[in-house]
Each structure stands twice: as C-alpha cells, then as structure tokens.
Design a protein around this ligand. Structure first.
Ligand SMILES: *Cc1c(COP(=O)(O)O)cnc(C)c1O
Length: 223
C-alpha cells in the first residue's frame, strides 16, 4: 500500500497552525482513509454522492465529510443527513435546496461559495461578479438551515507560480470585501478553502485556512 501515513505527516508538517487539512479521498479505498484516520485525521473530502454514501456507511462515524465536487440538486437529499460541509455551492438554487433538505433533517449545514477565478473553461463556480450578485440579492438571508462559512476556489492548473498566486490573492480580496459587507458580525464566516496537492504551499502563503489535498497524501487516483 502507498505510504499514506508518511505522506499525511509530510503534508501536516507543512501546514501552519490554524490551517486545516481536508484529506481528499475520492477514488481511494477505505483502507487508505483508515490509515489516515489512525493518525488522527478526521476531515475527508469526496466529490461523488454514491461513493461518499458508501464510505460514510462503512467508516467511523466521527469522520467529518466535506462534499467538494459539483453537487446536483437532486442528490442533496442523500447527503444532507450527515455531511459536515458542502464546499462548492455555485448557485442560489443549490443553496436553497441544501437549506430545504437540511431543514427536513433539523440540521444547519455549513457551506462555502465556490468562486470561478481560474482561466480554465469550466461550467462550475461563481465569477466574482456572480458571487457579489448572489449576496446582494439577499434571498440567502432567509435560509436558516445553511450557514455560509466562506469561499472556496481552485487555481488554474499551471506551472506559473505568479499566476496561481495572483488568483489566490484575488480570492482573498473578494473574501475580505464580502466579509466586511455581509459577515462582519459573523465569526463563522472565516474559511478560505484553497490549495491542492500542486499548489497548497502557495495557498497557505496566500491566506488559505483549509487546504484540500488528495494526491500528495494518497497517491495517484485510479479512475
Ligand atoms: C480532487 C480535488 C482536490 C484534490 O486534488 P489533488 O490534486 O489530488 O490534491 C481538491 N479540490 C477539489 C475540488 C477536487 O476535486
């Protein structure tokens, strides 16, 4: 088996205090997650509802599961009873569905708004303008079963460190703007989820509070 424990500690040692690790376990078997769990890791991230469901059912119940992928509204009901955080909310429609399903479970679900800043073409994530619009629109204020805890984003997958850095900086400045305008009195709005295997050291330098690292811990994924 891949040296999950050694790799996990390598990543953890690189994180300053106050930065949490979401171990991205998608496509990796339970035994890999158990190895990290034995070392004290409790936050894991998955991006497919069915895979997450199977892992949630078979692994220890004190694991905090973050849903990090694109979530279809018709899948929300399956994860609402147990998911700790939905990291990639990119529409009011999805936010409202999470609120509705969380209410049915008598829970409040923590969420992050996903920004699309990278230059890559992707359908997912809110542009800074769309993110401002969603918040300005105000309907989210009526949703009592979701708690917006911050922003998440993926930088462009490039070698150019300056570009990656400038994307993180843009996300950070948007975070500051939103915090001041809407969440100044909301201590839970404090999460900046950025940094993956290839760029988490830069992300940490640029104010990440939560890195999402998969490959550097569990090795290459077998699809
Ligand atoms: C897969 C994934 C990660 C982890 O990527 P690695 O390069 O394996 O660290 C982080 N964030 C999201 C949204 C992902 O889908």
């Amino acid at each position: 088996m891949y040296d999950v424990k050694g790799q996990l500690h390598h990543v953890l040692d690189a994180l300053p205090e106050g930065v949490r690790l979401v171990a991205i376990s998608k496509y990796h078997p339970n035994e890999y997650i158990e190895a990290a769990y034995e070392e004290g890791q409790r936050i894991f991230g998955e991006s497919h509802e069915q895979e997450l469901r199977q892992k949630h059912e078979t692994l220890p119940k004190d694991i905090e599961w973050h849903f990090i992928g694109h979530l279809q509204t018709n899948k929300v009901k399956y994860i609402a009873p147990y998911v700790t955080m939905v990291e990639a909310v990119d529409s009011l429609k999805l936010l409202k569905e999470i609120d509705k399903q969380a209410a049915k479970c008598e829970r409040v679900i923590d969420v992050l708004l996903e920004l699309h800043i990278a230059e890559e073409e992707t359908k997912y994530g809110l542009t800074p303008e769309a993110c401002r619009q969603l918040l300005a629109d105000g309907e989210w204020r009526q949703l009592n079963h979701v708690r917006i805890c911050g922003l998440m984003m993926m930088a462009s997958y490039v070698d150019d460190e300056q570009q990656i850095r400038s994307e993180f900086r843009l996300a950070h400045s948007l975070f500051d703007e939103i915090k001041e305008r809407y969440f100044a009195d909301a201590p839970w709005f404090c999460e900046r989820s950025w940094g993956m295997s290839h760029d988490y050291p830069i992300a940490v330098e640029e104010g990440s509070t939560m890195v999402r690292v998969g490959t550097s811990i569990f090795g290459p994924r077998v699809y």
